[in-house]
Unconditional design. Structure first.
Length: 102
C-alpha cells in the first residue's frame, strides 16, 4: 500500500497531535503513579505513628504492672524478715550476745 502525496500532507499535522496525545497519556500515567506512591507513604507514616503511640501506652501499662510486682516482692521480703526476726526473739537467741554460765 503506497503512501500518496495527499496522504502525506494529512499525516504530518496529525503526527504532532498523536505525539502530544501519547506524551499526555504517558505523563498522566506517571503522575498517577506518583500520586499513589505519595498516598502510600502518607499511609505508612500514619501507621508508624499509631504503632509508636500504642507502644508508648503499652509501655506505661507494663511499667505499672512491673511496679506493682516490685512492691509485692518488697512487701513479701519485709514480711519474711519480720517473721525471721520474731522467731529469733522468741527463741531467746540474739546475734552478737552470748549468755554462758559456768
Amino acid at each position: 500500500m503506497p503512501i500518496r502525496p495527499l496522504d502525506m500532507q494529512v499525516m504530518i499535522p496529525k503526527s504532532s497531535q498523536i505525539s502530544k496525545q501519547s506524551h499526555q497519556e504517558s505523563h498522566k500515567f506517571n503522575q498517577e503513579q506518583f500520586n499513589l506512591s505519595m498516598a502510600q507513604n502518607k499511609q505508612n507514616e500514619k501507621n508508624q505513628q499509631k504503632v509508636i503511640a500504642q507502644d508508648e501506652s503499652n509501655g506505661v501499662k507494663f511499667n505499672k504492672e512491673q511496679e506493682k510486682r516490685n512492691r509485692e516482692q518488697k512487701q513479701g521480703k519485709q514480711q519474711k524478715n519480720k517473721k525471721e526476726q520474731s522467731k529469733k526473739k522468741d527463741s531467746g537467741y540474739s546475734l552478737g550476745h552470748f549468755d554462758v554460765k559456768v
